[in-house]
Design a binder for this molecule. Structure first.
Ligand SMILES: Nc1ncnc2c1ncn2[C@@H]1O[C@H](COP(=O)(O)OP(=O)(O)OP(=O)(O)O)[C@@H](O)[C@H]1O
Ligand SMILES: O=C(O)C1=C[C@@H](O)[C@@H](O)[C@H](O)C1
Ligand SMILES: [Mg+2]
Length: 200
């Protein structure tokens, strides 16, 4: 009975959030390096705001029917980037979504223009923390090299100024857990006027 009541409270809270958050416009977009937590934090933030979560990488995979390393094998990075731009251009105009991008989506000039259509959050983390999070994962083809940490460092150096320039909000994620990061992001979105007190 107690469990039933807890579920009831949970679902009532969730449906209230969903009713409240039908006007998250523009969309909220997460940028940052591989392992910064765009997918993890993005999913949790969307749930918290009661809106849909969309992941650019997952959407590309869904449309292609194969995983990212296979797209890289067949079409090269160039082919992957074309697909990334095509899907991004469709998603950035959607209201009521939290959109997690892939780590390299900020590189193309046309993507940088597209990202300006949303509220952009840069999830920042140190090289050591990024590497610790993703080193055992083989799903990131750019890191399938002899020295993946060095490659990650090169990408971080190249991309950091671009992430910083595009960001409306920058959030450090090296320390703290997913729950506290989501809480801080909600506050930052409130301060930016993207969400209202009703969303919280
Ligand atoms: N704030 C955090 N603290 C600790 N671990 C985290 C945090 N955010 C993400 N992680 C962990 O790091 C790993 C990578 O996270 P995630 O896949 O969300 O990164 P990403 O930014 O989406 O990377 P990519 O650009 O490759 O898609 C996951 O195992 C996740 O659980
Ligand atoms: O940092 C990158 O360039 C990438 C990150 C991933 O999210 C994927 O988009 C892909 O593996 C490329
Ligand atoms: Mg991701």
């Amino acid at each position: 009975m107690l469990i039933f009541n807890q579920y009831k409270i949970f679902f009532t809270t969730m449906s209230k959030k969903q009713e409240n958050n039908k006007n998250l416009s523009p969309c909220v977009i997460l940028i940052g390096m591989m392992g910064a937590g765009k997918t993890t934090i993005g999913r949790a933030l969307a749930r918290e705001l009661g809106v849909e979560f969309v992941d650019l990488d997952h959407e590309i995979v869904r449309r292609c029917g194969v995983e990212i390393p296979i797209i890289f094998d067949i079409e090269g990075e160039e082919g992957f980037r074309k697909r990334e731009t095509a899907v991004l251009s469709e998603l950035v105009t959607q209201p009521n979504i939290v959109l997690a991008t892939g780590g390299g989506a900020i590189m193309a000039a046309c993507n940088q223009e597209l990202l300006k259509k949303g509220k952009v959050i840069y999830l920042k983390a140190s090289l050591d923390e990024l590497f610790a999070r993703i080193s055992k994962d083989t799903g990131r083809p750019l890191l399938q090299t002899e020295n993946p940490k060095q490659k990650l460092e090169q990408l971080l150096t190249l991309r950091m100024p671009i992430y910083e320039r595009l960001a409306n909000i920058t959030m450090e994620t090296s320390t703290g857990n997913i729950h506290t990061t989501v809480k801080q992001l909600k506050k930052a979105l409130l301060d930016e006027g993207v969400i209202s007190h009703e969303h919280c």
